[in-house]
Write a protein that binds this ligand. Structure first.
Ligand code: PBG
Length: 324
């Protein structure tokens, strides 16, 4: 008798067999493309540590949104780089601020694109922390007041969905109440529920000019060692009314994505963050890895771990490739 009877390789023999057996598909509708919007006109400035990612003025961001829409990417998430910063991050809730201006222009030009706004203050504060600083730490409840104002301003200018990323306790509930009070009960919240205090955010802080001026974010972002705490954070956000929960970063936290997937029937998002992108680009450029192969392996891995949605700087590139 031939040995062995069970031969897994039988189903790996041809590309069509492999396609038939493939358990995970990544497609353009899984992607949310992060965009950095800055003041000015005709500006498209590449972020040195993130090749292929640009700080764009509103007119350029509109063009990029048109392209993403054509490529089948259903959503963008906007980060604003304001003209000036101050202690209270007033640029975030200024009705003629950078995000609000971008919202109006994008909503008008590409109305069907799902327009998500990141809701945080680190890009708008001169100290670079994610809220109001008191006694060298971020004051949670004082920050909630600013979060409410910002939420209303973002939605009034055209945002379709809000994504609080500051890891303030009670942020989801504060936003839900503020929006519902204005009648905007149909606007979903994608909560950065399990956001870790991570070294992988380095390039983003260059791109957004949002590195903390003193200290770090460890009093609000999570300790990378904690898994159970992530599930507690997710449960809290769901109880406060989150529509989508997020794990961030993605790659060192695939176990957390899987656990969150198993915990809730709600959609789960994962943020394939700036440092994860930069490492692939850098090693690809050096010829140390094949960039394209690794990009697909990463996106597939995040999906396989349980993410329904992937926030990724690869969105444009990957969607373009899917169209080929
Ligand atoms: C703002 C925010 C950050 C990221 C998304 N929203 C930076 C931070 O917390 O320092 C990181 C995204 C990335 O690295 O791609 N709070």
């Amino acid at each position: 008798m031939a040995f062995p009877i069970n031969r897994s390789r039988r189903l790996r023999k041809t590309e069509n067999l492999r396609r038939m057996m493939r358990e995970t598909q990544v497609s353009a509708e899984d992607f949310i493309a992060p965009l950095f919007v800055c003041p000015g006109e005709g500006i498209r400035k590449e972020v040195p540590s993130m090749p292929g990612v640009f700080q764009m003025s509103v007119d350029e961001a509109v063009k990029e949104c048109r392209v993403l829409d054509r490529l089948g990417v259903p959503a963008v998430i906007l980060f604003g780089i304001p003209e000036s910063k101050d202690a209270l991050g007033t640029g975030a809730y200024d009705d003629s601020g950078i995000i609000q201006t971008a919202n109006q222009a994008i909503k008008e030009a590409v109305p069907d694109l799902v327009l998500i706004n990141d809701l945080c203050f680190c890009e708008y504060t001169d100290h670079g922390h994610c809220g109001v600083v008191r006694n060298s730490d971020v004051d949670n409840d004082a920050t909630l007041d600013l979060i409410r104002k910002t939420a209303v301003s973002q939605v009034n200018s055209g945002a379709d969905m809000l994504a609080p990323s500051g890891m303030m306790d009670g942020a989801v509930k504060a936003i839900r109440e503020a929006l519902d009070a204005t009648g905007a009960y149909g606007i979903p919240i994608m909560a950065y529920s399990a956001k870790y205090s991570s070294g992988f955010y380095g390039p983003f802080r260059d791109a957004a000019g949002s590195a903390p001026g003193f200290g770090n974010r460890k009093t609000y972002q999570m300790d990378p060692a904690n898994r159970r705490e992530a599930l507690a954070e997710v449960a809290l956000d769901l109880a406060e009314g989150a529509d989508i929960v997020m794990v961030k970063p993605a790659l060192a936290y695939l176990d957390v994505i899987r656990e969150v997937r198993n915990l809730t029937g709600r959609p789960v998002a994962a943020y394939n963050v700036s440092g994860e992108y930069a490492m692939v680009k850098a090693a690809g450029k050096m010829g140390w890895i094949d960039e394209n192969t690794v990009m697909w392996e990463i996106l597939t891995g995040i999906k396989r771990a349980g993410a329904d949605l992937i926030l990724t700087y690869f969105a444009h590139q990957a969607a373009e490739e899917l169209q080929k």
